[in-house]
Design a protein around this ligand. Structure first.
Ligand code: C2E
Ligand code: MG
Ligand code: MG
Length: 581
């Protein structure tokens, strides 16, 4: 049993895998058998036609049967050539045997039977033999060259391990064959400090030593699984584990690689004790495409690094991708704040007769490659990372600066609404920031409106209320955003110094298909009016929704039906059209 496993392992050594994924494949064995049969058949025809005295009549032309021997001899030689070209050593030996077996037969015919007509056949055989040797020798040279090129393309120069290309080729190949496997992303811990303190050469020696230990394990019987180790880049390696029965097998294999690295490494007379983080994912359980499975294993290893865990092995779980994406977004927000590259759009708000009321400023962020990241994605990350106040103030300042100039230029009587997170609102310096914006941007306080989301506001009611009262005293308006999604009690609302209720889009969406949703919106509008609030409906897209909102006395409309979020230039055009009317 052990022997069988060992033979299988030998057949699947790293080199074998590399050959199978990167060198041109041999032709199928069936073709070999076919060529050999064709060769034997044509030789038999040649020998029977060459000595035949018969005559064939083709359309009145009389031809001796022996004349066809040449054609079949050519076909047999072509078969031999094909066998050598496509079947390497096996083909070469077959060709030699076939050609050398022909010679004595022809020579016997010439010498013993005195049949001099067979002499050209001898030359043909000798020349074919020479051609076969030349083809074979050339083929070997081409293959050596191919192997050299292959090695350069798929091997890592420093460690001699397969590189990332070889690894992803094998992953794609396994996925194509639907063979289950685990991929482990390995990252050597604190490798940077070796490079920084002992120099790059020492770092290289550590990598070479780690690679050599791991290659020894992969090529040996030490693990119960079939392993393929490769270097991705720097101190990152990948291990592909196959032929396992349970997750425990995977873990046992990883532990072997872990233990091999953790043994002392001596570099420049220094004893180093290295560790590494191993994040792994399984195909097809965790992901079903090549990119996804590699990223999943990476996500697991990044998480290990992030939490700086003493346990150095972690399996991928889907929530890790979310963490990874969030970390990436957080980095992007930080960069955007430093570069001041967060920008804003302005979505128009209208009264029910389609007169412009003002705009809501909405934060926008783009990736380095120009792809938009939606606020639905980056605002919650900014909140969690404690960056929301910086985002809010950046949008607030830029939008207010633009808006101040716009009012000055056009004299329009319009309002600017800005979204403020409650966490930001409750910071002590928030009021100073608002004063600062008003003093520097030239927007009258009563033309500014602060939007606060209902659900968050309720959680922190008391403190929020103090700040909101202060803001009101400064002359700004207050809007309760996404109204209906939280659980405001009526007694709470009655004491709340808001000016505007913004009915959430989710209710507007359902309004025309569900009578109760329509009644609900009508009730919000009535309650809002009783409490002296104006009511605006968000996310209005359909004319039917607009019609219903008119019927139930909604005051204002914000939605794609009358205006999507606009660039400041487009918003300015809209204001110009309005004032020129
Ligand atoms: P919100 O304050 O409720 O803003 C309205 C959102 O609804 C905007 O999405 C707007 O583009 C979208 N919207 C408006 N009308 C329609 C419509 O007819 N159809 C559809 N499908 N969508 C419509 P956006 O810009 O993606 O903003 C999402 C949320 O992100 C905002 O919801 C707000 O809560 C938050 N946000 C945006 N900018 C800021 C900011 O500067 N600071 C803070 N704290 N939050 C912000
Ligand atoms: Mg809003
Ligand atoms: Mg809203």
């Amino acid at each position: 049993m052990k022997k069988a496993k060992s033979t299988a392992r030998k057949e699947n050594s790293i080199e074998k895998v590399l050959n199978s994924i990167s060198l041109s494949q041999k032709a199928p064995l069936g073709m070999y058998v076919l060529l050999v049969i064709l060769y034997i058949a044509t030789c038999a025809i040649v020998s029977s036609t060459a000595s035949s005295k018969g005559v064939i009549d083709i359309f009145g032309v009389k031809l001796g049967v022996y004349a066809f021997a040449g054609i079949f001899s050519a076909i047999s030689n072509i078969c031999v050539m094909f066998i050598v070209v496509y079947f390497g050593k096996l083909g070469f030996i077959t060709a030699l045997v076939a050609l050398l077996a022909q010679l004595p037969m022809v020579l016997v015919g010439i010498i013993i039977k005195g049949n001099a007509e067979s002499l050209p056949g001898v030359f043909t055989s000798v020349f074919t033999l020479i051609a076969v040797v030349i083809i074979y020798v050339n083929n070997i040279r081409i293959q050596k060259y191919q192997k050299k090129m292959r090695d350069q393309a798929v091997m890592d120069r420093l460690t001699g391990l397969p590189n990332r290309f070889a690894c992803s080729e094998l992953v794609s190949d396994l996925i194509k064959r639907e063979e289950k496997f685990a991929i482990v992303s390995i990252d050597i811990n604190n490798f940077k400090s070796i490079n920084d303190t002992m120099g790059r050469n020492a770092g290289n020696e550590v990598l070479i030593e780690a690679a050599s230990r791991w290659k020894t394990i992969a090529d040996s019987d030490e693990t119960a699984t079939l392993d393929f180790i490769s270097r991705q880049s720097g101190d990152e390696f990948s291990l592909i584990i196959r032929d396992y029965n349970s997750e425990e097998d995977i873990l046992n294999t990883i532990r072997k690689y872990q233990a091999a690295l953790e043994k002392k490494i001596t570099v420049d007379n220094c004893d180093l004790y290295m560790t590494a983080s191993f994040g792994y994912a399984q195909y097809p359980t965790d992901a079903d495409s090549s990119d996804a499975i590699l990223s999943s294993a990476d996500a697991a290893v990044y998480e290990l690094k992030r939490i700086n865990s003493s346990n150095h092995i972690l399996r991928f779980t889907p929530d890790l991708l979310r963490n990874e994406r969030n970390t990436e977004i957080e980095r992007k927000i930080r960069t955007a704040l430093v570069n001041d590259s967060l920008y804003f759009n302005l979505q128009p708000q209208f009264d029910i007769h389609h007169n412009l009321r003002g705009f809501e400023a909405l934060a926008r962020m783009k990736d380095a490659d120009g792809t938009m990241i939606s606020p639905g994605e980056f605002i919650p990350v900014a909140e969690k990372a404690g960056l929301i106040d910086k985002v809010d103030i950046s949008v607030f300042r830029n939008a207010a600066r633009f808006f101040g100039q716009l009012i000055k230029k056009t004299g329009a009587d319009i309002t600017l609404s800005v979204n403020v997170s409650v966490r930001h609102l409750m910071k002590n310096d928030f009021l100073d920031e608002i004063r600062n914006v008003i003093d520097n941007c030239g927007v009258p306080a009563d033309k500014l409106e602060i939007e606060i989301t209902e659900s968050i506001m309720i959680d922190s009611a008391e403190k929020a209320l103090q700040c909101i009262n202060e803001i009101k005293k400064m002359g700004l308006k207050i809007a309760i955003d996404d109204f209906g999604t939280g659980y405001s009690s009526l007694s709470y609302l009655i004491n709340f110094p808001a000016d505007l209720l913004k009915v959430d889009k989710s209710f507007i969406d359902k309004m025309n298909s569900s009578d109760s949703a329509k009644q609900y919106v009508a009730a919000i509008i009535s309650i809002g009016h009783i409490m002296n609030f104006d009511v605006i409906s968000e996310g209005v897209e359909e004319p039917e929704q607009l019609e219903t909102l008119r019927e139930i006395n909604c005051d204002y409309i914000q939605g794609f039906i009358w205006g999507r979020p606009l660039s400041p230039e487009a918003a300015e055009d809209l204001v110009m059209q309005t004032v020129q009317k």
